[in-house]
Design a protein around this ligand. Sequence first.
Ligand code: HEM
Length: 144
Amino acid sequence: MAANSILSWEEIKLHNTESDVWIVVHGNVYNATKFLEDHPGGKDLILDVAAQDATDVFEEAAHSSEARDILPGLLVGRLKGYGEAAPPAVYPVIGGAPTPAATQARERRKRRSKKAARCEERSRHHGSFRRWRSSLSWLQDGGC
Ligand code: HEM
């Protein structure tokens, strides 16, 4: 198993015995089988969290940096989906309908874009009027 494998809980759950035990700490999946007998805290503490997320118990035991240095050597992969971004925000929906606040916000956006379209139309119109007026005074001044 390559240390950079992405592992699902389905796969991790298969490694839950004394002869094959994986644990998950901070989204990293470790094969603790060979370390069981060497664990200063005893093998049972690790077996209690076999094939589970052991992050909390691992941290509660306030392991030293020496203990943490052992972990990379036991790494089998990363937990699938760990630390992924939250899904994009959506309009809050109550009973299938947008909330009044969401509806108001949408209405405001619609009004704003209508206003912007009106303004654009007017400035186009004024622009041609200005062009017409300036060519008129240019003609009055004798043209070319
Ligand atoms: C593969 C994962 C683990 C490794 C590499 C590991 C490593 C170690 C090491 C080296 C120590 C000696 C003290 C230290 O240096 O901090 C220790 C102590 C301890 N570990 Fe772990 N440990 C692991 C998992 C766990 C888990 C899942 C628990 C669950 C509660 C646990 C609980 C403890 C406790 C309570 C002690 C203190 C034992 C004592 O002082 O009598 N460890 N561990």
